[in-house]
Design a protein around this ligand. Structure first.
Ligand code: SAH
Length: 409
C-alpha cells in the first residue's frame, strides 16, 4: 500500500476486514489476508472492488461534480514495485519474513503476496536461506539483540532494475562481500544492494545512513517517457502502470499550452512536474523531504530539463512567500499526503489565483474537505477522475480539476 503516506497519518474512515480465510492461495483469495490486514478487498471480485471505490468517491464529491468512471487495471495483481519485509526467527530457529500482523509487531510469514512484485518476493525468500548459511541473526525488537531488521526491494517497472536494501541494526555486516556475492549469484537481476543502518528503537523501516554494497545505490525507472532516479528513502508511486494513467489525466486537466508558469506542490521526486514540463513554460516544484528533492534535481538534469526548479521547503510556507511576492502562477498541481493540504497553502493558492488547480489525492475524505475550502475561495470543481492505484485495498486515488469562478469563460 501507499505506506509513506500511511506512516504519517492514520486513516480516518472506517476499515473493515471482509474476508474469511481461504484454504488455498488462489488469485483474489489470499490465505494471509485475514492476519495481514493489508488488503481489505481480498475475496471480492475486482469489478465489485471498483464499484465500491466509485461509490465512495461519488458519496464524497458527487454533489459538486460529475465523477468519471474509475480507471481500473487489466491485471490487478503483483503491481507493487516496492516491497518491505520484516524479519524474525521462531523458537525452532526457522526464519520468517513478511508483514506485521495488523496492529502488532508480530511478523506473519508470507511466502507469496498477490499484490507484490514477484521478483521482489523471490529475493526475500532466498535471503531467509542466506541468513542461515551466513549465521546472520534477525533483530529482536524487545531485546535489541541481532542484526537484520527488514529487507526492502524496489523494482523499476520499465528498466527492470532491482534494488535490495538490507536494513541492519548496525553498519557491520559480517562476510559482507561473500553475502553480496551469494545473493547476486542467486539473483543476477539485482542491480544494486544497499545497507541501511537503523539502530534506533523505532517503527520506521529505514534509518538515515545508507552504505552501498554493490552497484550505484539507487535504481532508475521510466515514467511518462522520463527517467527517474529512485533512492532507498525517496517516495515513488508504487503502482507504475496506474501512475502513468493518473498523471496523464492530471496533465490533461491542467490544459497546458506551453505558456504557463506551473507549481508542482508536494512534488516528491518531481514526477508530475517533470511530466507536465514538456507543455509548460516554467515549472517550480516544492517538497519537504530532502532526499526526494535531491533526486528531483538529479532527475531534471538527467532529463535535460532547464525550465524546472525544485525547492526543499514546506509547501504552505513556500506558497505564502510566492503570494506575498505577487508572483504570477497559472496552474497549481498539488499532491499532498493523506492528511491533505493546509489552510495556509490553500489561502495562498487563492491569493495567487491560478487559472486551474489540479489536486491529486490518495484520500477522498481530505480531498472533499479541501475542495470545500477552496470552493469558499472561489474555486469550483470541474472534473473528477478516480484511478485505482491500489487494487485489493480500500484506497483510491483521485485527480480533480478546479478552476477559478471569475476566470472561467
Ligand atoms: N507528487 C509526488 C509525491 C506525492 S506524496 C508523486 O506523485 O510521486 C506527498 C509528498 O508530499 C511526499 O513526497 C511528502 O514528503 C511531501 N510532503 C508532505 N508534507 C509536506 C509539506 N508540508 N510540504 C511539502 N511537501 C510535503
Amino acid at each position: 500500500m501507499n505506506d509513506e503516506r500511511r506512516q504519517s497519518d492514520k486513516k480516518t474512515y472506517k476499515r473493515k476486514i471482509v474476508h474469511d480465510t481461504p484454504k488455498e492461495n488462489t488469485p483474489g483469495n489470499c490465505i494471509y489476508a485475514a492476519k495481514c490486514g493489508g488488503c481489505q478487498y481480498q475475496g471480492i471480485p475486482y469489478e465489485k472492488q471498483l464499484k465500491k471505490k466509485q461509490k465512495c468517491v461519488k458519496e464524497l464529491l458527487g454533489n459538486t461534480v460529475n465523477v468519471e468512471p474509475i480507471l481500473g487495471m487489466k491485471d490487478p495483481f503483483h503491481y507493487r514495485n516496492k516491497v518491505n519485509a520484516a524479519f524474525d526467527r521462531l523458537r525452532n530457529g526457522k526464519i520468517i519474513s513478511g508483514v506485521y500482523r495488523e496492529g502488532t509487531h508480530e511478523v506473519i510469514d508470507i511466502i507469496e503476496c498477490q499484490i507484490e512484485d514477484e521478483r521482489a518476493d523471490a529475493i526475500i525468500q532466498d535471503i531467509k536461506g542466506l541468513l542461515l548459511s551466513f549465521k546472520i541473526k534477525t533483530y529482536d525488537e524487545d531485546t535489541g539483540y541481532g542484526l537484520l531488521r527488514h529487507v526492502m526491494v524496489r523494482t523499476g517497472h520499465v528498466t527492470g532494475e532491482v534494488m535490495v536494501v538490507l536494513v541492519l541494526a548496525s553498519p557491520i555486516l559480517p562476510s559482507k562481500n561473500n553475502f553480496v556475492k551469494a545473493l547476486r549469484k542467486l539473483h543476477p537481476e539485482i542491480s544494486t544492494i544497499v545497507l541501511n543502518v537503523n539502530d534506533r528503537k523505532t517503527s520506521m523501516v529505514l534509518g538515515k545512513r545508507n552504505i552501498t554494497l554493490y552497484g550505484k545505490g539507487y535504481i532508475e525507472d521510466v515514467l511518462c517517457g522520463l527517467t527517474f532516479r529512485i533512492s532507498p528513502a525517496s517516495f515513488y508511486q508504487i503502482n507504475s502502470v496506474q501512475t502513468e494513467i493518473l498523471y496523464s489525466k492530471a496533465i490533461e486537466f491542467a490544459g497546458l499550452t506551453g505558456k504557463e508558469r506551473v507549481i508542482d506542490a508536494y512534488c516528491g521526486i518531481g514526477t508530475i512536474g517533470m511530466a507536465a514540463a514538456k507543455q509548460a513554460k516554467e515549472v517550480i516544484g516544492v517538497e519537504l523531504n530532502r532526499d526526494a528533492v535531491r533526486d528531483a534535481i538529479t532527475n531534471a538534469k538527467r532529463n535535460q530539463m532547464k525550465h524546472i526548479t525544485f525547492y526543499n521547503r514546506d509547501a504552505g510556507e513556500f506558497m505564502e512567500e510566492l503570494a506575498g511576492g505577487n508572483e504570477k502562477i497559472d496552474v497549481v498541481f498539488m499532491d499532498p499526503p493523506r492528511s491533505g493540504s493546509t489552510k495556509e497553502f490553500m489561502d495562498s493558492v487563492a491569493a495567487l489565483k491560478p487559472k486551474r488547480v489540479v489536486y491529486v489525492s490518495c484520500n477522498p475524505e481530505t480531498l472533499a474537505r479541501d475542495v470545500k475550502y477552496l470552493g469558499k475561495k472561489g474555486y469550483c470543481v470541474e472534473k473528477c477522475q478516480p484511478v485505482d492505484m491500489f487494487p485489493f485495498t480500500d484506497d483510491v486515488e483521485v485527480a480533480v480539476m478546479l478552476s477559478h469562478k471569475i476566470q472561467r469563460v
